[in-house]
Design a protein around this ligand. Structure first.
Ligand SMILES: *[C@@H]1O[C@H](CO)[C@@H](O)[C@H](O)[C@H]1NC(C)=O
Ligand SMILES: *[C@@H]1O[C@H](CO)[C@@H](O)[C@H](O)[C@H]1NC(C)=O
Ligand SMILES: *[C@@H]1O[C@H](CO)[C@@H](O)[C@H](O)[C@H]1NC(C)=O
Ligand SMILES: *[C@@H]1O[C@H](CO)[C@@H](O)[C@H](O)[C@H]1NC(C)=O
Ligand SMILES: *[C@@H]1O[C@H](CO)[C@@H](O)[C@H](O)[C@H]1NC(C)=O
Ligand SMILES: *[C@@H]1O[C@H](CO)[C@@H](O)[C@H](O)[C@H]1NC(C)=O
Length: 192
């Protein structure tokens, strides 16, 4: 009787330990998955969606070629992290041939976890006093009907996870586009 009791108790003990070990393994796997999937953070992707052209003026006169316009650009911030991305004020710069010809402020905000935030930015662009008066390049670009512009912005901020963890991340936008001066439209908008 006694020995039988002992073996069954031992069996119960072994079963008990097996449960504990299995539990620890399961916990470890869950924690690992959590760290690998949820805690991993990456830089948000910032790009221009559509861009519309308003009030375009372009003069190719060889003595003082110039252009000016108002661009309405849709900016998208794609945040694939499991926490929201809170970004600071930053500047969106439009350049022609490497020279800034327009700036606008991207006002601080946040992109929710695993979602894409979209907002519109208006940029006043003018080559006056920025591109040299006798720029042959500008003159011939305007003659050709295509003005090649690039846009740049860097959104610096933090990914907030569970209100405890914060990780510095930034999203950089680098896009190029062609302004078709006869259609007054953007063509070949591409973002890196
Ligand atoms: C961000 O820009 C907005 C609008 O220009 C301004 O009101 C705000 O004070 C700025 N925030 C910081 C932290 O500079
Ligand atoms: C941005 O501008 C586009 C086109 O002008 C408009 O359809 C869209 O509703 C605007 N989006 C926001 C968030 O204002
Ligand atoms: C502007 O767009 C129109 C329509 O797509 C096209 O026919 C024209 O060739 C474009 N202009 C240039 C300079 O590419
Ligand atoms: C516009 O500029 C970009 C970069 O400078 C270049 O890759 C692209 O080919 C240019 N497009 C045209 C139509 O000149
Ligand atoms: C964007 O352009 C800037 C300046 O041309 C360059 O320094 C930067 O490395 C580029 N970033 C990306 C992500 O292409
Ligand atoms: C820009 O788009 C036009 C047609 O829309 C195409 O013919 C031209 O090759 C494109 N240029 C570049 C640099 O992609």
């Amino acid at each position: 009787m006694k020995s039988g009791d002992q073996t069954s108790r031992r069996k119960r003990n072994i079963k008990c330990w097996a449960f504990v070990v299995a539990g620890v393994i399961a916990h470890t796997i869950i924690v690992l998955l959590f760290v690998l999937l949820v805690m991993r953070t990456g830089n948000p992707k910032v790009r221009l969606g559509g861009v519309t052209v308003e009030n375009l003026r372009a003069s190719s006169s060889s003595s003082s070629p110039s252009f000016s316009t108002k661009l309405n650009a849709q900016v998208s911030v794609k945040n694939r992290n499991f926490g929201h991305f809170k970004f600071k004020n930053s500047t969106l710069t439009i350049s022609y041939n490497g020279t800034p010809v327009g700036k606008a402020t991207i006002v601080e905000g946040r992109a929710r976890a695993r979602s894409t935030k979209k907002f519109n930015v208006t940029i006043l662009v003018s080559s006056n006093n920025k591109i040299s008066r006798n720029s042959d390049q500008l003159s011939s670009d305007i003659d050709s009907g295509i003005i090649n512009l690039s846009s740049h912005a860097k959104l610096e901020g933090k990914i907030h996870l569970f209100k405890i963890f914060k990780k510095k991340k930034s999203g950089e936008m680098n896009c190029t586009m062609d302004v078709n001066t006869s259609l007054k439209q953007i063509q070949n908008l591409t973002c890196k």
